[in-house]
Design a protein around this ligand. Structure first.
Ligand SMILES: NC(=O)c1ccc[n+]([C@@H]2O[C@H](COP(=O)([O-])OP(=O)(O)OC[C@H]3O[C@@H](n4cnc5c(N)ncnc54)[C@H](OP(=O)(O)O)[C@@H]3O)[C@@H](O)[C@H]2O)c1
Length: 217
């Protein structure tokens, strides 16, 4: 049984992840910031952990993470303002990584963004900043001493998951249901040999278990 601390635990991918981890016999610990989210998270089998990423100190966060086997960074400002992106996706990520190191949590998974994201439309300043912040935080995680995985999903949808994905170091761009991103994260967590890798993932034809297992072959 793994304890998995999910930063941004009330998010859409994070809720799927909590449910899938619970079904696999793991214990998700889901950081949330709105009181009305606690019951939903409990119903998914998660331990709801109250805290706002922008207000918690790294020490506080480290105490909350203590005893966890892995952290998944699933928080994000949702492409809101420049400042919020910097505060959540940027500084919130850094605080989470430092807290994980301080709490001696060995594994850290980051939900990042596909390099082609937004390339088919006119560049928007806020989105360009989001991409810059994600790349910067990816590089900080990759330089850390944790057992890290950076997962770069294509465009997220709320379609039901199919359980089938395409995953690789570099694959063509595409869409993917949030549920399948969560399944991919859970599958990676269950396969510790998938480590220190940047992976791209979209919908595909291969069962997630097999697709992820192939990456370590
Ligand atoms: N959209 C795409 O196509 C796409 C593609 C590739 C990657 N991604 C990445 O995938 C991530 C997950 O996607 P998603 O759809 O699951 O996102 P989401 O539903 O917007 O979840 C993000 C979570 O972050 C939380 N959060 C924001 N500010 C916070 C704070 N101050 N303290 C604590 N939590 C805070 C939000 O909390 P509340 O619930 O309280 O608002 C929300 O639950 C995104 O953040 C993005 O970086 C997105």
């Amino acid at each position: 049984m793994m304890k998995v601390f999910i930063v941004g635990g009330a998010g859409k991918v994070a809720r799927h992840l909590a449910r899938i981890l619970t079904a696999r016999g793991h214990q998700p610990l889901s950081l949330y910031r709105r009181s009305e989210q606690a019951d939903d998270l409990s119903a998914l089998g998660a331990v709801p952990i109250y805290g706002d990423l922008t207000e918690l100190s790294a020490d506080d966060l480290s105490e909350l993470m203590s005893g966890s086997d892995a952290v998944v960074f699933a928080a994000g400002a949702g492409g809101a303002s420049y400042d919020l992106t910097n505060a959540i996706d940027g500084d919130g990520f850094r605080k989470s990584l430092h807290a994980a190191i301080r709490a001696d949590v060995p594994r850290f998974l980051q939900i990042s963004a596909f390099p082609e994201a937004g390339r088919n439309s006119e560049p928007q300043e806020g989105f360009e900043n989001y991409m810059k912040v994600k790349k910067q935080t990816d590089s900080e995680l990759a330089a850390s001493d944790r057992d890290w995985v950076i997962l770069r999903p294509g465009t997220l949808s709320d379609d039901p998951g199919t359980g089938k994905i395409n995953a690789g170091l570099a694959i063509p761009y595409g869409d993917i249901p949030r549920e399948d991103v969560a399944l991919t994260l859970a599958t990676i967590l269950d396969m510790p040999r998938i480590n220190r890798m940047i992976l791209e993932v979209t919908s595909g034809d291969t069962a997630a278990e097999e697709a992820v297992a192939r990456l370590s072959a």
